[in-house]
Unconditional design. Structure first.
Length: 374
């Protein structure tokens, strides 16, 4: 069965010199009919699922050498589906992974995780759900998504969610003319930074919009960098920490790092962050037919479960593109995001981020010579 296409982009101006983050997840149940192909749109390059995993819930164990992403859209859609089925948690039987769905049911998305004007979610029975979802997306998020056209019957249960976040940096950072090397790979990725020459007014502005959190400057130190954006109440945080057991565990380490004294970049500091520009799409087709049961009885078989996340991070900020950087501390030590690191996008004061990414290889990074995202 062909998956319903879902569109999403995450752009960052620091998620690129101006940035934005966008992710889209679509979850659908129905009992008959095939999805009709959606209108084409201009997505970023698709990443191979061999070296990048997209997980349903952030408590999944991480795999050495593999990038992993989690986005709130799946939780948004699953919670809407549970509500449309009558409320209460949903249970999913074999061949689906029951642990994943148990985690979704046990940890509904906390209120306030996603700003109301940046997400759309709909759940219910009948084709009117899809029509209303499409209208909401175009009105509130713009005509940027490849929306699916579901042939939904009057008794079919459907849930869909979309998220679009743009987080332009307050300043444009500098693209390093030299190719970068990540995790011991080939020198082939594009990076951005604050230049070492601090004599210019532009460089001074860059330094003023970066906060550093972490240990004393030693090569193996854990540290975090918060990049200021023009989006009120939104955070772009990059953390270089030892590989956590799960992305959730990595996200839990963020508050601890940020309790340490924060300081602006100083003389001799240098930031070095890979530019991210890629899309990850997964269809859990092996789980088709798994029985779903709610608090009020059987819901029906799982027909389609799919999610897509497009992420860009670069010198412009967090937009539909996004970027990351690294630091060098005074005394000549370089602190760079040239090794595995965590990216978190979250609203200030929210209980959890709406996007977590752990990078272990350079598959999702923009390569030198590749066209910059529009």
């Amino acid at each position: 069965m062909t998956p319903p296409p879902t569109g999403s982009r995450v752009r960052a101006r620091l998620l690129l010199a101006v940035g934005a983050a966008v992710a889209v997840g679509v979850l659908a149940f129905w009992t008959e009919g095939e999805p009709v192909p959606a209108r084409p749109y201009d997505p970023p390059p698709r990443a191979s699922l061999e070296r990048t995993h997209l997980h349903l819930q952030p408590g999944k164990p991480l795999t050495a050498g593999v990038n992993t992403l989690w986005c709130a859209t799946m939780s948004m859609a699953w919670d809407a589906l549970a509500a449309a089925a009558g409320g209460g948690p949903l249970e999913v039987g074999p061949p689906a992974n029951g642990d994943d769905f148990a985690a979704l049911a046990a940890h509904p998305l906390p209120a306030g995780t996603v700003a109301p004007d940046r997400g759309v979610v709909r759940g219910g029975r009948g084709p009117g759900v899809v029509t209303a979802f499409a209208a909401d997306v175009r009105t509130r998020l713009g005509d940027v998504f490849a929306l699916p056209d579901f042939p939904v019957g009057p008794d079919d249960l459907v849930a869909l969610a979309a998220l679009r976040v743009e987080l332009p940096f307050a300043v444009d950072f500098a693209v390093d003319p030299r190719p970068g090397r990540f995790a011991g790979g080939e020198p082939r990725i594009t990076t951005f930074r604050v230049p070492a020459d601090l004599s210019t007014e532009a460089t001074g502005r860059m330094r003023a919009h970066v906060q550093f959190y972490g240990d004393a400057p030693r090569p193996d130190a854990s540290f975090a960098v918060a990049l200021e954006t023009t989006a009120a109440g939104e955070r772009v945080l990059l953390a270089r920490i030892p590989r956590p057991a799960t992305r959730d565990a990595g996200g839990a380490a963020r508050p601890g790092l940020r309790t340490r004294p924060a300081a602006p970049l100083g003389m001799g500091d240098l930031r070095w962050v890979p530019c991210v520009h890629a899309g990850v799409e997964r269809l859990w087709s092996a789980w088709a037919g798994a029985p779903v049961r709610g608090a009020k009885g059987d819901v029906g078989p799982l027909r389609v479960l799919g999610q897509r996340v497009d992420l860009t991070l670069d010198e412009w900020g967090a937009r539909v593109e996004s970027s990351a950087e690294s630091l060098a501390m005074p005394g000549g030590r370089r602190f760079e995001f040239a090794d595995p690191f965590l990216l978190a996008l979250a609203r200030e004061g929210a209980a959890r981020p709406y996007l977590l990414a752990w990078f272990e290889n350079d598959d999702l990074f923009r390569k030198v010579g590749a066209e910059a995202p529009r």
